[in-house]
Design a protein around this ligand. Structure first.
Ligand SMILES: Nc1ncnc2c1ncn2[C@@H]1O[C@H](COP(=O)(O)OP(=O)(O)OP(=O)(O)O)[C@@H](O)[C@H]1O
Ligand SMILES: [Mg+2]
Length: 234
């Protein structure tokens, strides 16, 4: 089972949209549109499933914007107040808090019809709290967290959407870009889909990470006042 992102090209890339019961990982550099997409998915989930379902939204950077959610809701024909009522929002101030509230979210899932968990952005606090000297500890914390998230997703058939920043590295022989997700392979391993969001000059597009075919592996999008939209074909 999947639900639409509200963007045709992105739905096509993901063969129908965001899948329940698995982790979907969007990564890309600052300002590419991760947080707006995360907020849009909170709206489309409600539109596509049941208006009385719930979304758990963990916000590590304070990017959640009521005005944005309202505009996106109106675009999809939903009452902004109703949408906001069904987003269980939590601002997250530390990695410890993130882990604790992910644990607690299981109680909410049992109590309410939670169908989507969003973590925007997964690695903010890990990155700032664990420096290069304690990389192994950082990775083991990350793995524990992802394990819990995947476990919850599978157990309750909840879609999990995580966003993530990038680090630059060297460009390998067969690689088109040096941009890699923070946390590297662990996050990719736990995510059924890893999608890189790219801004190239004035264009933006999404592309499946680790898949080569450039012709089909390309979903252009734009950012508008009311969220992420398909590129307008002129
Ligand atoms: N109405 C709009 N029209 C065009 N672009 C917009 C509009 N509103 C916001 N944007 C663009 O959206 C971007 C912000 O998107 P968003 O906050 O989702 O980025 P992000 O990927 O989450 O970044 P970060 O890594 O900093 O969290 C800005 O770069 C801005 O240019
Ligand atoms: Mg953001």
């Amino acid at each position: 089972m999947k639900f639409s992102t509200g963007v045709k090209a992105l739905d096509a890339l993901l063969e129908g949209g965001i899948e329940f019961g698995v982790i979907t990982h969007f990564f890309g550099s600052f300002g590419v549109g991760k947080s707006i997409l995360a907020q849009q998915l909170s709206v489309t989930l409600l539109k596509e499933t049941n208006l009385n379902n719930k979304v758990i939204f963990f916000d590590t950077e304070g990017s959640f914007n009521i005005n944005k959610i309202s505009k996106i809701s109106t675009r999809f024909g939903l009452d902004p107040q109703h949408v906001l009522k069904n987003i269980l929002y939590k601002r997250i101030w530390s990695f410890e808090e993130q882990e604790v509230f992910l644990k607690i979210s299981e109680d909410y899932i049992k109590k309410y019809n939670v169908k989507l968990i969003v973590i925007d952005c997964l690695t903010t606090h890990l990155r700032s709290e664990f420096n290069q000297d304690v990389l192994a500890l950082r990775q083991s914390n990350l793995e524990t967290h992802l394990n819990r998230l995947l476990d919850i997703s599978e157990k309750y058939d909840v879609a999990s959407v995580i966003t993530n920043q990038v680090v630059s590295g060297f460009v390998g022989e067969n690689e088109r870009s040096s941009e890699k997700p923070v946390g590297g392979n662990i996050i990719v391993k736990y995510s059924k889909y890893s999608i890189r969001l790219v801004r190239l000059k004035n264009r933006r597009y999404a592309t499946l990470f680790g898949v080569d075919d450039l012709d089909t592996n390309f979903a252009p999008f734009i950012i508008a006042d009311d969220g992420i939209r398909d590129e307008i074909v002129k």
